[in-house]
Write a protein that binds this ligand. Structure first.
Ligand code: ZN
Length: 81
């Protein structure tokens, strides 16, 4: 029984952090976040990573995410890679 149990509130926080991270992963040629314009890693991204660390959660990484806007149907493609 070593699994970490996340309360509903924690799941919500982690989910919100994942959404935030997805929005703040891309940077332009100058190394600035394309969403908020801060130098990478921007404060929103760092905040999301703090939430992940707090709950011992590893954010999903989607290959190709930084290259293009992900379509919903590509979300789980990495599972079959
Ligand atoms: Zn940002």
């Amino acid at each position: 029984m070593g699994d970490v149990y996340l309360s509903a509130a924690a799941v919500e926080r982690v989910f919100a952090a994942q959404v935030l991270l997805d929005r703040h992963l891309r940077s332009d040629a100058g190394g600035r976040c394309t969403t908020c314009g801060e130098l990478e890693p921007c404060s929103s991204r760092l905040g999301a990573q703090r939430v992940f660390a707090q709950y011992g959660y590893l954010p999903r990484r989607r290959p190709g995410h930084a290259a293009a806007t992900p379509a919903p149907e590509t979300r789980f493609n990495w599972l079959s890679d």
